[in-house]
Design a protein around this ligand. Sequence first.
Ligand code: KG4
Ligand code: ZN
Length: 335
Amino acid sequence: MNILAIESSCDETAAAVVQDGRTVLSSVIASQVEEHKIYGGVVPEIASRRHTEAIVGVTREALENADITLKDIDAVAVTYAPGLIGALLVGVNFAKGLSLSTGLPLIPVHHLRGHIASNYIAHKDLKPPFLCLVVSGGHSHIIMVEDYTKMKVIGKTRDDAAGEAFDKAARTMGMTYPGGIHLDEVAENGDPLAFTLPRPKVDGAPYDFSFSGLKTAVINLIHNSTQKGETLPVKDLSASFRYAVVDCLATNFIKAARELNIKTLVTAGGVSANSLLRRRLTEDCAQYGFNLYMPPKELCGDNAAMIGAQGYYEHQCGNLASFDLNACATMSIES
Ligand code: KG4
Ligand code: ZN
């Protein structure tokens, strides 16, 4: 089954053709990051406009790269939640138009379910059940993936997402948006023990995260030193911050897996490209005898191939949309 998938939830306009949920025939991503960089973050209005301009060309390119036409497509999948509402609407309306004009079924895909499905592309042997750490710019969740379309939230952040905390700390250190990847690179040459930073916990919710206090601690360190006319070593501060965030993520994830007795662990989302997180989970999983699956770095960020992969399993379950499908800025991964 060939699925044409569309993704426009944030600042990437993407289209892909995916066969049977596991094989990517083409994947095209038009990133707007250079334009948002000058504002230090995504400007929703600009994002929507750029999606509108890019979506036809990106979809055409995806079909051309797969060397097929719409006649060879069996269904259209689209990200409909969660994300920036104006950005999502562009993809949803485009997909509805395609579906209406071609008669192809329309498959609604939850963005985070898509991130999880990026692993089905990279790891042909991976099947639910498994425990997944989903860490992106807007979400930090521990999800029990009971089946391809049946998920339960085991833990989540109470405030900032891990990616958001990385980006805000990086911005305060003078790095350009999105700062997570730059902070990760700089941290490679720093001392993770140079600064003592908190490891916030949530009372009564051992698998939940809280990153806002950690982010504020770093911002305060920088502001206090600036007021004194001092400059902090960015490499060491980056390394200490990265160590603290990764420590919180890995500790709760491994704890959840041990207590729930799950042996297969998976990561997903932009932050799962983080070098230290990947090393730390590789070590921890080896220690406890867990199987660890992580997407290759190129599949960690937003793309449409992952939407095509999840779209296949949503279709198998009969999760199809009618033409009254609407975009939603927030939506639980369970629904
Ligand atoms: O999944 P994603 O591409 O988009 C969302 O759905 O949000 O995640 C983007 C987030 C950004 O906050 C970005 O800074 C972060 O992932 N990120 C990283 C790294 N690469 C991307 N954070 C830490 N280390 C990285 N190597
Ligand atoms: Zn994403």
